[in-house]
Structures are given as C-alpha cells and as structure tokens.
Design a binder for this molecule. Structure first.
Ligand code: ADP
Length: 385
C-alpha cells in the first residue's frame, strides 16, 4: 500500500484477519501505518525506485495516498505489477478537471465548471454563473486544501491571479446551494462484482469531513437508489478496482451532484468498521485481491462516526487518560486512534457509536469525539466528582 497514514493502518488491521501481510510505503517510521506494520519501505510516493521496492514481490499494489504520478504507475504496470485501481482509473481521483470532464461526458450529474487558464476565463465564468463560485486547484487537493470560495468577480480574480502566477492549474465551479453532503461508498473487483454500502450523510468543517451518519437521515428511497446506482456505475465505467467513494451534494431542490471521487477507503466509510457486516478496509482488500466481495449491510439502524481532531490547545490530560474516562462513561463507544501526535485540526482518530435512534447516537459520538479532542465534556460532566 502506497502511503503510511491512517488508511493504511486500518487496512493493515483488516489484512491480518485475512491472513495477508500488508507492506506499506511510508515517508517515516513513525507514520501511522509504519508503527504497526512489520514490512515497511521508507520512501516517497513520487520516487519510482521507492515504488518499485514497495511493489517487489507483492500480489497487488494499492493506495492510501492517491497522488502517485501516473507515469510511475504506468511504468510499474509495464513491469508486470498489478496496480489497483489501475492508473487510468486513479487519474480521475487525482485530477479534478479531468474527472469533471469525464463525468460530464458519461452523463453523470456535476456542478457547472470550467478550466481556468487566465483572468479572462474566470471573469467569463463568473458572468455565466451569475453567483458565487468555487475555485479549485486541478491537482493535489485534499481535506479542503486547494478549494477557495469567491463571492464575486473581484475575489475570484484575486485568487486566480495568485495561483496562476505560481503556475498552478485551476478550475472553477458554481457554488452549489446544498441541503447537505452525502457519500455513496461502493467497491468493485476486477471480476466485475460491485457492492454498495448504505448512503451516508457527511458533515464537513473547513473542508474536512468531521462526521458521518449511516444511513443518511431522511434520505428518500429514490435518492438513495440513485446515489448507489451512480456509485456502482462510475466504478464500472471508470474501471475502478477497490473502494470508490463518491462525494455528493444534495441540492436544495433535491438533486444529486458529484463533488469528488476517492479511490481508496475514505473517511465517509469509517463507520463500516463497527457498523457494517464488512468494513471498507476488508472490502478494499477483497476487491484488489479479486475475492468475492463482502456483505455491505449495516448491523444497526443508526450508526454515527465522529472524527477526533486535534484541539486548538492540546489538553493537559494525556490521550490515554481521556480514553479511560471515555470508556467509563460511554462503554459502547468504538474508538480508533491513529497513533499521531496532537496538532490543531489534525485527524487523530474517530469514534463510532451504534444504536437505533440517529439523534441519540449522533449526540454520543460527537460528545465522545469532542472529549477525546479537547478533554472537555460538552455537557459539563466532571469525571472526578
Ligand atoms: P478536497 O479535494 O479537498 O476534498 P473538495 O472538492 O471535496 O476538496 O471540496 C471540499 C469542500 O468544499 C466540500 O466538501 C464542500 O463542502 C465544499 N465545496 C467544494 N466544491 C463546492 C461547490 N461546487 N459548491 C459548494 N461547496 C463546495
């Protein structure tokens, strides 16, 4: 697996149960996955020799980190390495302009967009849209990095001038008026089998997914089926092998638009570790190894996932002690920590809570995650009283 972050760490957990060994390419021995994997190659995902060392003798090469240069992957494929998802599919998760163009060509719903190569381009686009726009870097974005909101043409011009001066390729999109964000998570195997999990609602803050609710509360049957079918269709048409996350906008008038694609386990699928018969990490392995896919049914009628993000000020109390108190108060909270140092806004872990009432599980998951982040109970609970 290329990349040694939390996704590789949790994939490793699933690999153990399947009797597989996961080698990771990590940039440092203290990365999330490198801490727990015995087979670690240290190197960069942009270094062809490091990629070769990671792939040597492996049944299949897959990704935690998506931004691996296509030309390197094509070389590996030519050298006989099984790359999953294949580079021709993965490029749609790397290049937002190519993704938008391809999706439009196959009739998938996307926001209105345009490639921006000059100030004149953005002026023309803002004029066409007649409202706020979003300017994005074509490549390299994640967790909201490389996504800029512009309310008017003056702001848009300023952003475009700055980025183009640095030689960064851009696209612009209409700013979608949305009810909320959803994610359709599916998997596809080389054999061509597909499987879709329940559609989830995701909550983003500052471009970072902070919560996910499965199934998306109040989602109509019609939109649920549309989202799942869209996910499966995109996986098949793009030739994805592994997990595909389709990030969606549910617009204020009840339509779906595709925002982003990720071709790997995804934050919107962390709930599956405890809430589904098959976790996204196991499913990703099954798919890339071309096993039959696992059952994607939820095992509770309401599952909430909340991310543990580094607090603005790291609490005095150690994470270990916070965990201790959490378990004393919420014994059924399922905690997944990534072994990372605490820094403001950094994804340190997540908490899953299962139950039958979404409001209730949501409240407990969010309260638990906030406690782990901040060392403060949002309802004023004092564990020492
Ligand atoms: P990243 O690649 O960093 O995940 P995204 O393209 O997913 O970036 O954008 C991050 C967030 O910005 C989205 O989750 C959404 O909240 C907001 N956003 C992105 N594009 C639009 C859009 N066209 N209209 C409204 N909000 C958007």
């Amino acid at each position: 697996m290329i990349g040694g972050g939390q996704l590789a760490r949790m994939t490793h957990q699933a690999a153990i149960a399947l009797g597989q060994t996961l080698r990771v390419l990590a940039t440092a021995p203290d990365e999330s996955a490198a801490q727990v994997t015995s087979d670690v190659v240290i190197g960069s995902h942009t270094d062809l020799d490091a990629l070769r060392r990671a792939a040597d003798g492996a049944a299949v090469l897959t990704f935690d980190h998506e931004h691996v240069p296509t030309e390197h992957l094509e070389k590996l494929v030519a050298e006989g390495v099984a790359v999953a998802p294949p580079p021709a599919a993965l490029v749609h998760a790397q290049d937002k302009l190519l993704m938008r163009t391809k999706l439009q060509a196959i009739g998938a719903p996307v926001p209105r967009f345009a490639a921006i190569g000059s100030v004149a381009d953005i002026e023309e686009f803002v004029r066409q849209i007649g409202g706020p726009v979003v300017i994005k870097t074509v490549r390299g974005g994640y967790d909201g990095k490389g996504v800029m909101m512009a309310d008017d043409v003056a702001q848009a011009r300023g952003i475009v001038e700055r980025y183009l001066a640095d030689g960064v390729a851009l696209l612009a999109e209409e700013r979608v008026e949305m009810r909320r964000e959803l994610a359709a998570l599916v998997a596809r195997s080389p054999f061509g089998q597909g499987a879709a999990w329940p559609v989830v609602e995701t909550v983003q803050r500052d471009g970072i997914c902070v919560e996910a609710y499965a199934p998306a509360p109040g989602l109509s049957e019609e939109l649920r089926v549309e989202a799942q079918q869209l996910g499966l269709r995109l996986a098949a048409e793009l030739g994805v092998v592994g997990v595909l996350a389709v990030e969606l906008f549910e617009t204020v008038d009840g339509m779906l638009l595709v925002n982003e694609l990720a071709m790997r386990p995804h934050n919107s699928g962390h709930w599956t570790m405890n809430g589904s018969v098959t976790s996204q990490f196991e499913q990703h392995l099954r798919a890339v190894l071309d096993y039959p896919l696992g059952d994607t049914a939820a095992i509770a009628s309401a599952v909430a996932m909340a991310n543990v993000l580094g607090a603005p000020e790291t609490p005095q109390m150690s994470m270990d002690e916070r965990l201790h108190h959490l378990f004393a108060r919420i014994p059924d909270a399922k905690v997944h920590l990534y072994g990372k140092g605490e820094r403001p806004g950094r994804k340190l872990g997540h908490v899953n809570v299962l139950g039958s009432d979404m409001d209730e599980v949501r409240e407990r998951a969010v309260r638990a995650a906030h406690w782990l982040s901040h060392g403060v109970w949002t309802d004023g609970w004092d564990p020492h009283r």
